[in-house]
Design a binder for this molecule. Sequence first.
Ligand code: AMP
Length: 211
Amino acid sequence: MSGKSINLVFLGAPGAGKGTQTKRLIKNFHFTHLSTGDLLRKLIVEKHPLGIKAKSFMDEGSLVPDSLIIDMIKTQMTKKKGYVFDGFPRTLAQAEALDQITNIDKVVFLDIPQKEVIRRLTGRRICRKCGFEYHVEFLPSKKGKVCEKCGGNLYQRDDDKEGVIKKRLSVFTSLTTPLIQYYENKLLRMQAIGTVEEIYKKITEGLNLSS
Ligand code: AMP
């Protein structure tokens, strides 16, 4: 399979590694990355009215309303194929709306135990300037609270605090897990445990991707 001609959806609890794996995939194959979380955070930084509306939902670990997300995705899609959707769809209504816009070829479900999610997310630190993700335990910056690559300051996402993570996990269980059945025929389920490289290899092999 080649990235240009297919659409992929990445499903998984917060912290399952969707962002890490999809960013790798778009570096190596011809995909356009569409991460609703990244798009929303950009709108917040720009103080865009949609970002301002979304922020309170995000800060408390709730989902942003479907209509806002679907409109945002529509404005980003300039072609039919070649997308990696990361963190979208997250509800049945979003999945049905996406089916009206384009055809999804494969859905990768990164499966991870809840205990591991909390460990991963509470330790996550992100560079404000280049967006590189560190982890206080698994991948600390050699420069402490400053990014090794660009010198930007590292920060913790407001929604990576333990209380909010638990809320995000319960939202995932109730609203997003029904998508596993919705996409049953397209689903590639994999345990998201192991190194980033090991999981990436499983994904590309499972998808039969060749550059
Ligand atoms: P993420 O970076 O994917 O973990 O998303 C961070 C937050 O953005 C989520 O907890 C939601 O509040 C919001 N968000 C991202 N994608 C969606 C989506 N597809 N539907 C609703 N809310 C979303």
